[in-house]
Ligand binder design. Structure first.
Ligand code: PLP
Length: 415
């Protein structure tokens, strides 16, 4: 069946025809039959260079042999036990070893679960009720953070979801990114703030990069107000480099959340932080958290293989950085919009200056983005279908892929 026919049927079976809103490309999404390395093959027989990569987890590309072997080895031994496994110690050991601020971790099944649990833990530890998040920051699709959220929520123009209790949202305050004065002002008039949660680099409307010193200032301000700092490293974890944004920007959070790359492409999430705080998590302490699929062996095996591979091949990060620089150079002369990148994250914003916060991102010309996106797809490059989602590169992108992406960028921006 072709994509158009599949989508017609999907709409009768699933709301909007999809399992996650951003996938509902108009007039219908393409359906993928298989993927390998940096390429997707659609059921319609098209071959596309993938710069979406499952929205970030696949830093080594699709069906990477090392990860596939790890999953296959695990499948032979079963894939769900409902008991502790030695694999948990392996992955927890790597994550805590790479992140100086993370003494202990708890595995969950998604990034959303990780941020939900980290916020509960912050409230349990501090005894305070409110949280502050960044305007346009995305931390998953749970109630406390679905307020002025980025990602699909911004794309669809519904920053606040129906069904979220006003009473609950009243405990979620907003501060613009890169604005320490606004954060100070919020904290000066509110002594009931348990935590400030932020993506160190805004990935779900970006990348929007931190101003020099912003994250260090945030650390200082939150500490001065006895507010826990939660770094949401679901995107930046192992993408900003080994040790994520914590190490890259030298900022020590109280809690950190992870997902995406740490599962090697299978579902996962984790939250971690200072031992004294983490020891409040059940059964060690009174903050409840649990999950049937938490720490499932297949995800742990895939994630451990991915992180080991990254440790063994640190040159990947330099190569990816050079690749996005090359794409940026192709975009530079177009005179339309501005190119922003950080390592393997990149994006062309249809506005004259790199945005510094959500309000500036929202000024982008989304119609120009749509035309550009369609032209890129016709040129054989799949970018995430929104001005408000970051593009990703993987180690599987060959020099030829990168040249093709750069050429397509150049010609589609000039079109
Ligand atoms: N936090 C950030 C920074 C994310 O980018 C995402 C997902 O894109 C999440 C949390 C939620 O993760 P998941 O989709 O695995 O629930």
């Amino acid at each position: 069946m072709k994509s158009s026919d599949l989508f017609s049927r999907a709409k009768t079976l699933m709301p909007g025809g999809v399992s996650s809103p951003v996938r509902a490309i108009k007039p219908y999404p393409f359906y993928v039959g298989r993927a390998a390395g940096s390429h997707l093959t659609t059921v319609d027989g098209e071959d596309l260079i993938d710069c979406c990569l499952g929205y970030g987890p696949l830093i080594l590309g699709h069906a990477h042999p090392t990860i596939r072997e790890a999953i296959e080895r695990q499948l032979e031994k079963g894939w769900l036990y409902g008991t502790p496994t030695p694999l948990e110690l392996d992955l927890a050991g790597v994550i805590t070893g790479d992140h100086p601020a993370v003494d202990m971790v708890r595995f969950v099944s998604s990034g959303s679960e990780a941020t939900m649990a980290a916020i509960r833990l912050a409230r349990g530890y501090t005894g305070k009720q409110d949280i502050i998040k960044i305007e346009g920051g995305f931390h998953g699709a749970h109630d406390a953070v679905l307020v002025k959220a980025g990602s699909g929520a911004t794309t669809l123009g519904v920053p606040d979801s129906a069904g979220v209790l006003a009473d609950l949202v009243a405990h979620t305050r907003q501060a613009p990114y890169n604005d320490t004065e606004a954060l100070e002002a919020l904290l000066a008039k509110n002594d009931d703030v348990a935590a400030f949660i932020l993506e160190p680099v805004m990935g779900n409307v970006g990348p929007v990069l931190p101003d020099d010193g912003y994250l260090a200032d945030v650390r200082e301000i939150t500490a001065a107000h006895d507010v826990l700092l939660i770094l949401d490293e679901v995107i930046t974890g192992y993408r900003a480099g080994i040790g994520g944004a914590e190490v890259l920007y030298d900022v020590k959070p109280d809690l950190a959340t992870f997902g995406k790359i740490i599962g090697g492409g299978l579902p996962i999430g984790a939250f971690g932080g200072r031992r004294e705080i983490m020891e409040l998590v059940a059964p060690a302490g009174p903050v409840y958290q649990a999950g049937t699929f938490s720490g499932n062996p297949a995800s742990l095996a895939a994630g451990y293989a991915a992180l080991r591979y990254l440790h063994e091949h640190p040159e990947i990060y330099r190569r990816l950085d050079e690749a996005t620089r090359a794409i940026g150079e192709a975009a530079a002369d177009a005179g339309k919009g501005t190119f922003v990148r950080m390592g393997s994250l990149f994006k062309h914003f249809f506005r004259s200056e790199p945005p510094r916060d959500y309000r500036e991102v929202k000024e982008c010309d989304t119609e120009a983005f749509s035309r550009f996106w369609k032209a890129m797809l016709e040129a054989g490059v799949f970018l995430p279908p929104s001005q408000f989602e970051t593009n990703f590169l993987s180690a599987a992108h060959t020099d030829q892929d990168i040249e093709q992406i750069a050429d397509a960028y150049g010609s589609c921006l000039f079109a």
